[in-house]
Ligand binder design. Structure first.
Ligand code: ADP
Ligand code: AMP
Length: 212
């Protein structure tokens, strides 16, 4: 299956992507994760990305489109399928993705759109913690790890309240045209994200079982 997962920052894309990948064995392609890995390794691209990410701004389209195309061109994708998470985030990226998929002979089969009330996102992002070793995402209150030790987890720099506000503004402004683009193609499945993590996954599973 070739899929996108969409939703505002904190909607639960990464959390649900991990479950989808485990159950359906597709390749998880998260542009945010790719940028964070590049930042940790202090590559040229990582240093450039950091200058945008720390301000809550989007990394320029040419850089982002380039890393997505490179990843989608790898051998495992035709066989496993993919789940793109955090891309596209501008309408220009959506158009670039259309062309990348044509060039690579791939078809998009569905867009999972996790819908949440923006008022709950600050609480979700300010409590988000990430396991240093595995990169798995948890929440201090909503999804606490079983054996929580503070030193084993970190909080994202861009989850600070002042950066979150900018990120939400940017993503709300850019998101609607992208959804309209995919709605016109009949690909969008809206999922209620204001429910327990496992219930969100049940709804996603139902959609994906029908796409298989
Ligand atoms: P995104 O990838 O869309 O930015 P995440 O999957 O990282 O979002 O989720 C943001 C935070 O909210 C994390 O701390 C996660 O554990 C928590 N979370 C995810 N889904 C839910 C949910 N349905 N209810 C409550 N908290 C959630
Ligand atoms: P995420 O992990 O998806 O919340 O992304 C973290 C940050 O990485 C975003 O706030 C952006 O600065 C950057 N980023 C991730 N994906 C994209 C994208 N598709 N286009 C531009 N910037 C992106």
């Amino acid at each position: 299956m070739n899929l996108l997962i969409m939703g505002l920052p904190g909607a639960g894309k990464g959390t649900q992507a991990a479950k989808i990948v485990e159950q359906f064995q597709v390749a998880h392609i998260s542009t945010g994760d790719m940028f964070r890995a590049a930042m940790a390794n202090q590559t040229e691209m990582g240093v450039l990305a950091k200058s945008y990410i720390d301000k809550g701004e989007l990394v320029p389209d040419d850089v982002t489109n380039g890393i997505v195309k490179e990843r989608l061109a790898q051998d495992d994708i035709k066989e496993k399928g993919f789940l793109l998470d955090g891309f596209p985030r501008t309408i220009e990226q959506a158009h670039a993705l259309d062309q990348i998929l044509v060039d690579l002979g791939l078809d998009l089969e569905g867009v999972i759109n996790i819908v949440v009330d923006p008022s709950c996102l600050l609480e979700r992002l300010s409590g988000r913690i990430i396991h240093r070793e595995t990169g798995e995402t948890y929440h201090k209150v909503f999804n606490p790890p079983a054996d929580y030790k503070e030193e084993d987890y970190y909080q994202r720099e861009d989850d600070k309240p002042e950066t979150v506000k900018r990120r939400l503004d940017v993503n709300i402004a850019q998101g609607e045209p992208i959804l309209a683009h995919y709605r016109a193609k009949g690909l969008v499945h809206d999922i209620e994200g204001n429910q327990d993590i496992n219930d969100v996954f049940k709804d996603i599973q139902e959609v994906l079982e029908n796409l298989k």
